[in-house]
Design a protein around this ligand. Structure first.
Ligand code: ATP
Ligand code: MG
Length: 354
């Protein structure tokens, strides 16, 4: 066993001698993220530690590893390596392994921190949003749903105005050629970026849900304010209904059942998006209205949104790639098997793809 340098065990990271100059970057729900210098190649990296506390934790960690390894795109935080204890390659048999380390490209900041300084100039917001959609088009083409898009999970190098989507801790695989209802059962997305359909039926995850979150993020970039900041789920829905028209009969019927007192005033919105965001120019409002639709069927996909006039200055379809090897139904099912089965399958998949 390699002799440990003092840095190898800092902050409870058991990474072996390869990584040095560790310093904390942030603490997320799943654990600590450190910046470090990778002596192999000399580059600066961010290392996320996923603790495998129990079978469920292991399942989630392996899912994040499996998904992020395959997603290589300019607008997705690059994963260089996934390691086990002592910074060794992940073994075939994961029994007894207590932590997995995801070694990623180091980004300068996240959009959440950037927005603490106030709204962004429209030009900057537009270029960043273009990249968000470009990344999302790729992720969705791989049959991956991010499911937790919010400013803190979107990474930025402000000087180059470079944006990359990160934190795939809640991401799931879904093959649209098959029904997936029932498999996706963990409604955990941060409330403020949750679409109305998801508020109504928390198990019904689709690509359109990521697009709703993206729309909320665009509004937040240009105003500096969170678009719909409900204190709880009911208020979140009320805020949405105040501004987003419910056009389809079936949605109106469903809402009447769930919140009859609120919708008794009729189906007129109380204030339009334009009134809610007076500082936002018309073309951006028109774009947002195509994304923030009540019904997901009416919502622009990432690919379609890239072609909207709002993004005409940046859009270049020949350079907006899709995933060469999308995940398929086997991956989705593997994800939904009983935990032990999934663990074994994921360990095998890791071994094969590694
Ligand atoms: P949460 O569930 O709270 O969103 P998480 O545990 O899933 O968090 P991440 O979102 O991946 O973890 O990372 C937590 C924080 O660590 C980020 O908000 C950011 O501040 C920092 N961080 C993570 N990855 C990177 C990176 N590649 N470059 C720079 N900072 C990073
Ligand atoms: Mg996060």
């Amino acid at each position: 066993m390699a002799r440990m340098t003092p840095s190898s065990f800092s902050y409870g990271f058991d990474l072996g001698p390869r990584f040095q100059e560790l310093r904390p970057l942030g603490t997320g729900a799943s654990g600590l993220v450190l910046a470090a210098v990778d002596r192999r190649g000399g580059r600066r990296v961010a290392v996320k530690k996923l603790v495998l506390r129990d079978a469920l934790g292991a399942k989630h960690a392996l899912r994040e590893v499996k998904i992020t390894r395959r997603l290589r795109h300019d607008n997705v935080v690059r994963v260089y390596d996934t390691l086990g204890p002592c910074g060794r390659p992940l073994p075939r048999d994961l029994a007894g392994i207590t932590a997995v380390y995801i070694v990623q490209e180091l980004m300068e900041t996240d959009l959440g921190r950037m927005l603490e300084g106030g709204p962004l100039p429209v030009e900057h917001a537009t270029l960043l949003f273009y990249q968000l959609l470009r990344g999302l088009k790729f992720i969705h083409s791989a049959n991956v749903l991010h499911r937790d898009l919010k400013p803190a999970n979107i990474f930025v190098n402000p000087e180059q105005l470079l944006l990359k989507i990160g934190d795939f801790g809640l991401a799931r695989i879904v093959d649209p050629h098959y029904s997936h209802k029932g498999y996706l059962s963990e409604g955990m997305v941060t409330k403020w970026y949750r679409s109305p359909r998801l508020l109504l039926s928390p198990n019904n995850y689709t690509k359109a849900i990521d697009m709703w979150a993206a729309g909320c993020i665009l509004a937040e970039m240009v105003t500096g304010r969170m678009l719909f900041a409900g204190a709880h789920e009911l208020e979140q829905m009320q805020l949405i209904l105040d501004t987003v028209p419910v056009l389809r009969e079936e949605d109106q019927q469903e809402l009447l059942k769930v919140m009859p007192s609120y919708v008794s005033h009729g189906w007129e919105v109380r204030r339009t998006l334009q009134e809610l965001l007076p500082e936002v120019e018309d073309e951006a409002i028109d774009f947002l209205e195509r994304i923030l639709t009540f019904n997901p069927m009416d919502r622009l996909t990432a690919e379609a949104a890239l072609r909207h006039p709002f993004l005409r200055r940046y859009s270049y379809p020949q350079d907006e790639p899709v995933a060469p090897h999308p995940f398929r139904i086997e991956d989705e099912l593997e994800d939904s098997l009983p935990i032990i089965g999934a663990l074994l399958a994921a360990a095998g998949a890791l071994w094969l793809s590694g």
